[in-house]
Design a protein around this ligand. Structure first.
Ligand code: 3HC
Length: 317
């Protein structure tokens, strides 16, 4: 079969919503697009642990500390699922991690903002994980099997992340005036960066056309962003918080919340490495990798010893 025939057959499978598996033929562009997106997704999960780690020792109660620890641990696990999914496409995990640590690889812009108060733990759970859920649920129907299956487990855990964040803010908003102001300040700082998580506008999205044609993406960036605004505004109303967008208004015809202009200059600045925390995040990631070297070496030595013992006992038997 010619490559054209193979591509035609591949697109027919995708159109029929069949799952593409690692051993199946796939266009090189499809493989590269998946490696790019899954690797960035994995990097985002792992770097995403850092902003919240800042508050483990500052959590106001053991219950809050336990929930935050569980959430951060989940994010690390999501990263490992996603690195595994990327490896099924023939890329080495160490290569991906080296690209992250050298600053070559992208990860979600949202994690380059500082966490300045306990309310930020609430805003991250409510807004960042809320945005992640809207972006990740459609990925459960992604055309690439391993990515779709990883998302099913991830999305179950994201729901807990979002609820624990929202409950933190609900507690603060039902607390003192100062606590409610802390929550409002946090919403003011995290609202617009959360909208940027969905990527550039559809008009400026360089990858969406191919990703949607091959059903990696099921909705466009703007469609998911709109879903997020429509879902989150009523939640802010329940909290009694004001979304920091003077242009936010409900359109009775379209039944959607129309929102103001996103600061795309800020978005591109952060994506290009000039955000408040880009350098700190990379430094912390490299330090964690270096400090964890002994753990990796010990685990490898143990696995080799265990394999050696298994082979020896086979020879004796
Ligand atoms: N931060 C950094 N880079 C971004 C970005 C963001 N928020 N949004 C887009 N970009 C980059 C893209 O990677 C692309 O650059 P590249 O071609 O060099 O890779 C460029 O901007 C153009 O954007 P596109 O819309 O063309 O790119 P995509 O089609 O990849 O769409 C996306 C971007 C919607 C983020 C898509 O990649 C996606 O859905 N990824 C999977 C989900 C994901 O990674 N979410 C990130 C957060 S994970 C998270 O929040 C975990 C939770 O537990 C907290």
């Amino acid at each position: 079969m010619t490559t054209i025939d193979l591509e035609e057959q591949f697109m027919k499978r995708v159109a029929a919503d069949e799952k593409v598996e690692p051993k199946d033929w796939m266009p090189e562009k499809y493989r590269k697009t998946l490696i790019r997106q899954i690797a960035q997704h994995a990097h985002s999960e792992v770097v995403g642990m850092l902003p919240e780690a800042n508050y483990i020792s500052r959590a106001p109660s053991l219950r809050r500390k336990a929930a935050l620890l569980a959430k951060i641990q989940d994010e690390g696990g999501h990263g490992l699922y996603l690195y595994c999914a990327a490896e099924t496409l023939g890329v080495e995990r160490d290569t991906l991690i080296e690209e992250l640590h050298s600053g070559k690889a992208k990860y979600s812009s949202i994690f380059n903002y500082p966490t300045l108060s306990w309310a930020d733990m609430g805003a991250i759970g409510w807004l960042v994980d809320g945005a992640a859920i809207l972006n990740q649920v459609p990925l459960c129907k992604c055309s690439y099997g391993p990515y779709a299956r990883a998302m099913v487990r991830v999305c179950k855990e994201e729901s807990f992340h979002q609820r624990q964040g929202y409950e933190i803010l609900l507690t603060l908003c039902n607390g003192s005036a100062d606590q409610k102001q802390m929550a409002q300040d946090s919403l003011n700082r995290w609202w617009w960066p959360s909208l940027m998580m969905f990527g550039p506008s559809d008009a400026d999205s360089t990858n969406s056309e191919y990703s949607m044609k091959t059903k990696i993406k099921r909705f466009s960036n703007d469609e998911l962003r709109q879903k997020f605004v429509d879902a989150t505004k009523p939640q802010a109303d329940i909290l009694g918080l004001t979304i920091p967008d003077p242009d936010l208004k409900f359109n009775e015809q379209t039944r959607h919340w129309e929102y103001g202009e996103i600061d795309w200059e800020e978005f591109h600045n952060v994506v290009q490495g000039n955000g408040v925390c880009n350098k700190i995040r990379l430094r912390e990631r490299n330090e964690a990798w270096d400090n964890g070297k002994w753990v990796r070496e010990a685990a490898t030595a143990y696995a080799e010893k265990r394999e050696q013992r298994k082979n020896e006992s086979k020879q004796v038997a």
